[in-house]
Design a protein around this ligand. Structure first.
Ligand code: DX5
Ligand code: ZN
Length: 225
């Protein structure tokens, strides 16, 4: 089964997002993953719609925007106007995830729902028909470079819940060539990776990004051969 690799620009050079996105796409990235943090839902701050708008012309593929913010709804229109393709909200971000996902779809984007490691997979069952993607966090969100948490049983249960619906299962946090195979075997088909993609490279040394992406992809896809 082919997997999609979505590098998180949280691990890129913040002074050069445009070049970094072009380099990592040239190196084989499928999507660009954008981690939006508000210092409230998670204990860290990153960036918002203005940054998404700034990088949009530098990205040919899908912009996969992961909101670690609460509330979500007041910002949905701004992310649509900025050019986000996929907009993912956390199921833990508020009492009205159903409305949030409808709002994202109505704004013309593909809705995703994310689950923290401590949240059971049943939390997304009532909204599964509203989403194009479920993001299973394999770290507690807020920071790049954390140790992978093995939640394979949750991924497998989610795969069973999804059945033959065309919904992606994305894993996010601590993904590298050693942890990707377990996630893929359990049923994930989109792998977010920050540190493991950007480590050792730069926009001027994109061959390192290419080697890093290939290593993760081959490790994950090797599960099926
Ligand atoms: C964590 C973010 C992740 C993170 C992944 O809050 O949602 O996307 O940047 O980074 P690594 O791959 O370094 O764990
Ligand atoms: Zn993320």
């Amino acid at each position: 089964m082919p997997v999609l690799i979505a590098p998180s620009i949280l691990a890129a050079d913040f002074a050069a997002f445009g070049e970094e996105c072009r380099a990592v796409e040239g190196a084989g990235a499928d999507w660009i993953h954008v981690d939006v943090m508000d210092g409230h839902f998670v204990p860290n701050l990153t960036f918002g719609p203005a940054t998404v708008k700034a990088i949009r012309p530098h990205v040919r593929g899908l912009l996969d925007v992961h909101l670690m913010i609460a509330p979500v709804d007041p910002f949905v229109t701004a992310f649509a106007e900025a050019g986000a393709d996929i907009l993912t909200a956390h199921v833990e971000a508020g009492p009205h995830i159903h409305r949030t996902l409808q709002t994202i779809r109505d704004a013309g984007m593909r809705p995703g729902v994310a689950l923290n490691p401590g949240t059971p997979v049943e939390a997304v069952a009532p909204v599964i028909d509203l989403v194009d993607l479920v993001c299973v966090m394999t770290v507690n969100p807020g920071f790049g470079g954390q140790r992978f948490l093995d939640v394979s049983p949750k991924i497998a249960a989610l795969r069973a819940m999804i059945g033959d619906r065309p919904i992606h299962i994305e894993v996010d946090g601590g993904i590298d060539a050693s942890t990707a195979p377990g996630a893929a075997r359990a049923g994930a088909d989109v792998l977010v990776a920050g540190s493991a993609v950007f480590r050792g490279g730069s926009a001027r040394m994109p061959e390192v990004y290419a080697a890093n992406i290939t290593a993760i992809r081959q490790a994950a896809e090797g599960v099926w051969t």
